[in-house]
Design a protein around this ligand. Structure first.
Ligand SMILES: *[C@@H]1O[C@H](CO)[C@@H](O)[C@H](O)[C@H]1NC(C)=O
Ligand SMILES: *[C@@H]1O[C@H](CO)[C@@H](O)[C@H](O)[C@H]1NC(C)=O
Ligand SMILES: *[C@@H]1O[C@H](CO)[C@@H](O)[C@H](O)[C@H]1NC(C)=O
Ligand SMILES: *[C@@H]1O[C@H](CO)[C@@H](O)[C@H](O)[C@H]1NC(C)=O
Ligand SMILES: *[C@@H]1O[C@H](CO)[C@@H](O)[C@H](O)[C@H]1NC(C)=O
Ligand SMILES: *[C@@H]1O[C@H](CO)[C@@H](O)[C@H](O)[C@H]1NC(C)=O
Ligand SMILES: *[C@@H]1O[C@H](CO)[C@@H](O)[C@H](O)[C@H]1NC(C)=O
Ligand SMILES: *[C@@H]1O[C@H](CO)[C@@H](O)[C@H](O)[C@H]1NC(C)=O
Ligand SMILES: *[C@@H]1O[C@H](CO)[C@@H](O)[C@H](O)[C@H]1NC(C)=O
Length: 732
């Protein structure tokens, strides 16, 4: 035995052993550090993705238009003109790029995207970005709030209810939407997208269940509910796994605020976005901060948020099930409400439900969306589509027309006259008036729309410009195996299901798609009212009466969207025919006179307090202060400004700090117009539980107009309340 060798071996073994231990310890340490940093910076996926990242950009911009005099878009109630602000309206843009292609999804807090608005936005984007953002890769969708200014339409029906084509209203929307794209564009960086889905209960109700019941039993049996409850969420992150944005779809009408509201409001969907953004952008004022949360509309055609359902407001008795009418007061009295005691509480509750579910799904989203992007778009003449019904028969779409039940409205806001829902026969009285005013529908159009009794044959009315669009956009964008279907109107629950199913089938047959998730983005690109199924159409409730291209409207869309999906699946979307371009009517009437000069009470000044605050308030109280005001239309472009601040005195810096603006849920800016050109601004602050104790003041900012000789002069003013205290102590 060679001692030297043993010793030597022993020594080297020891050395090797020590080195091994060192290496092991080092490796474990490195692994631990890696795991720890991963746990910190990659909170969601534990395994770093192998797929190439996307380029992702998100952006938000204020698109609030003039908060005075302009009708609010949605209920078509002439008295419902803007008079202040509850919450501001924002456009939210999401850009995704796979290195080859780019798609943009925009959801804006507006009733719907109109054809004119889309044309103006695309024109502005072209000026700035050339061919980067186009009609095929940009989707514009509205949340369907009924609390935004109207006036951005180019077809006569909407021009009448909007008091014309109102340029300041259009400008605020175009500038806001384009700015949201600018911000998203500038924020583009590599990132990832994760998806999750869930269901949201107790936040929606079918408002035309009798129409839904007319769908085939076999089809209905496949679904548990008569509205879609699913929420689809996309979580957008940077490469460190930090969330930069969220995009979600849920089908419910944004009509928690009813037609008695006159303050600009983003309603339940806007409030959900507000809550999630406030969560993620801690310490930022509303509408500020980098995280962008988009809550998009979907197939909400027959879906109400007023979950206690309809009841006769005057008697408390149930409405007639078939025609949603009350024995006394008719259609107007049959009103759906809830879940809150008033519309503000209902908006808060529904908005909070949507926010909570989206937040939960956002936290859970771990299914990574990967794969290429696609965008397919066509313009379609919807009055001219041949629909294959079965192997032997075809049918055709019709020139646009609205049925009698259109004038009845819905249980979310009924019409003033004696129309009822479900009318399959005309009313000689109203038909006579209609014939005298705008002419009789042609026999051909009447025949085409059967069983709809036509009230307005809008496709046969073209003065001063056509009353309804003929050319509409159909569009699908896909991000990996997520397909977003941009629908130019309000699809009912079952219409949406049929569309989603057909598109999924088509895409899944393509080699690059697997178990595609299809979402409907409603109120997109062009507004064409409703899209019911053929069966629902037969019942002629409001939604059927408002399906303007006739009973085969959905059948036509099924063909068109299937066609787009097939092109995407085969990668041939660039070969799709563009279709006929929509018209652009250069001259449109403005029926809203310029805002007149402002008057003020004698011996007062603009901004002066007329009704002062109290010295002390407690959490939960409502502070109210009234100022001498000017017409808010004189403030011009109000985007990113505020009519209101709530300020707290900071002892440490001896300065006033703004804690709320007019975009805040807690503030209400009421503009009260007098008959004598005098007006008041009454500002309310509903003190939230989170308010700190201290000294506060409320300020109001505005502009007034006076004449200097023959020239109008606009002057800025501001006013401040007395200082008041917010106390957490209760004195009894
Ligand atoms: C609604 O239908 C009921 C019967 O279901 C009928 O008595 C009532 O007159 C109808 N209301 C109107 C306004 O047509
Ligand atoms: C609107 O909501 C208010 C409560 O906020 C309520 O008093 C009013 O009756 C509602 N009107 C309609 C038509 O639903
Ligand atoms: C749409 O099609 C109809 C029927 O073919 C035609 O009369 C009409 O001119 C077309 N509309 C446009 C804007 O091309
Ligand atoms: C096709 O549809 C028409 C019209 O609804 C119907 O009359 C006909 O029986 C159908 N034919 C087949 C083969 O289903
Ligand atoms: C609606 O009112 C008009 C005028 O009072 C009347 O002639 C007509 O019959 C009414 N229609 C219905 C359906 O009650
Ligand atoms: C519709 O047809 C009827 C009967 O053929 C005819 O008397 C009537 O004038 C036609 N109406 C229109 C608007 O063409
Ligand atoms: C306005 O102020 C002037 C001067 O202070 C005073 O004489 C006059 O009475 C006041 N008028 C009213 C209506 O208060
Ligand atoms: C403004 O408020 C004052 C004080 O409450 C009131 O007397 C006046 O009528 C209001 N003016 C308008 C236009 O509402
Ligand atoms: C400022 O100081 C006062 C008096 O000490 C106190 O009551 C109040 O809470 C303080 N305010 C803030 C915002 O810290």
């Amino acid at each position: 035995m060679d001692v030297r060798r043993v010793l030597c071996c022993g020594l080297s073994c020891l050395l090797v052993f020590k080195v091994l231990i060192f290496l092991t310890v080092a490796a474990v340490t490195v692994t631990l550090i890696t795991l720890l940093t991963q746990a910190i910076t990659y909170p969601y996926p534990t395994v770093p993705s192998q797929d190439p990242p996307y380029l992702i950009g998100v952006g938000r911009a204020d698109c609030t238009g003039p908060p005075a005099d302009i009708p609010l878009m949605g209920y078509a109630v002439p008295q419902q003109t803007a008079a202040g602000i509850h919450t501001r309206l924002f456009s939210r843009a999401f850009i995704v790029d796979d290195g080859h292609k780019r798609v943009v999804f925009i959801t804006a807090d507006i009733g719907m995207v109109s054809q004119r608005l889309r044309l103006e936005v695309l024109k502005a984007l072209q000026v700035k970005y050339g061919t980067l953002y186009r009609q095929d890769n940009v989707v514009l969708s509205g949340t369907h709030t009924h609390g935004g200014p109207a006036g951005y339409f180019q077809y006569t029906l909407f021009i009448i209810t909007s008091k014309g084509y109102v340029k300041p209203a259009v400008k605020a929307l175009v500038d806001g939407i384009v700015q949201s794209v600018d911000r998203a564009h500038r924020s583009i960086r590599p990132g990832r997208i994760y998806m999750s889905q869930g269901t949201l209960e107790d936040s929606s109700l079918n408002r035309s269940p009798q129409s839904y019941l007319n769908n085939p039993q076999k089809e209905r049996d496949r679904y548990e509910t008569n509205t879609d409850k699913q929420v689809v969420v996309l979580r957008l992150t940077d490469l460190d796994g930090d969330g930069v944005g969220m995009l979600s779809w849920f089908a419910v009408h944004a009509v928690s605020m009813n037609y008695t509201n006159q303050m600009i409001s983003s309603d339940n969907m806007g409030y959900a976005a507000y809550l999630l953004e406030q969560d993620k952008n801690r310490g930022s004022l509303p509408g500020k901060g980098p995280f962008v949360a988009g809550f998009s509309s979907s197939n909400l055609g027959d879906v109400s948020p007023n979950t206690r359902g309809p009841v006769c407001a005057n008697t408390g008795l149930p409405c007639d099930y078939l025609n949603s009418s009350c024995p006394i007061g008719g259609t107007k009295m049959c009103q759906a409400y809830g879940p809150g005691e008033d519309m503000f509480e209902s908006t808060r509750l529904i908005g909070h439900n949507i926010y909570k579910k989206a937040k939960e799904l956002y936290g859970k989203a771990d299914w990574e969306v990967t794969g290429f992007l696609h965008a397919a778009h066509q313009w379609v003449n919807m009055t001219d589509v041949t629909v294959q019904i079965n192997s032997t028969h075809t049918a055709r779409t019709c020139k646009p027309a609205l049925g009698h039940s259109f004038a009845a409205g819905t249980t979310d806001g009924g019409g003033d006259l004696n129309f009822t829902q479900g009318a399959v026969e005309g009313d000689p009285f109203w038909d006579g008036i209609r014939n005298a005013l705008v002419g009789e529908p042609s026999n051909e159009t009447q025949e085409c729309h059967r069983p709809k009794p036509i009230l307005f044959s809008t496709g046969e009315m073209s003065w001063p410009v056509p009353w309804h669009p003929e050319i509409v956009d159909v569009q699908i964008i896909t991000i990996g195996s997520v397909a977003v279907v941009a629908v130019p109107g309000e699809m009912t629950t079952m219409s949406g299901r049929r569309i989603r199913e057909a598109i999924k089938q088509e895409l899944d047959s393509g080699s690059s798609f697997e178990d595609t998730t299809v979402v409907i983005a409603g109120l997109s690109n062009t507004y064409t009212h409703y899209i019911t199924t053929y069966e629902e159409y037969q019942i002629q409730r409001y939604e059927g009466a408002s399906t303007i291209y006739g009973p085969h409207t959905l059948g036509a869309y099924l063909q068109k969207y299937t066609n787009l999906a097939r092109a995407i699946a085969q990668g041939t979307e660039s070969e799709l025919q563009r279709g006929p371009e929509p018209p652009y009517f250069a001259k449109l009437p403005n029926l809203l006179p310029a805002a007149p000069v402002d008057k003020k009470p004698v011996n007062s000044s603009f901004g002066q307090v007329l009704e002062q605050v109290l010295p002390v308030y407690r959490v939960g109280d409502v502070v109210s202060v009234t100022f001498v005001a000017g017409n808010p239309r004189h403030s011009g472009d109000i985007r990113d400004k505020t009519f209101v601040t709530v300020e707290v005195f900071q002892n440490t810096s001896s300065s006033w700090e703004v804690v709320h603006t007019d975009a805040s849920w807690e503030t209400r800016f009421h503009w009260v117009k007098g008959s004598n050109r005098e007006s008041n601004a009454t500002v309310e602050w509903h003190i939230p539980a989170s308010a700190q104790q201290g000294s506060y003041r409320i300020q109001h900012f505005g502009h007034y107009k006076k004449m200097v000789g023959f020239r109008p002069l606009i002057t800025a003013y501001q006013g401040s309340s007395d200082v008041f205290a917010v106390s957490h102590t209760y004195y009894y």
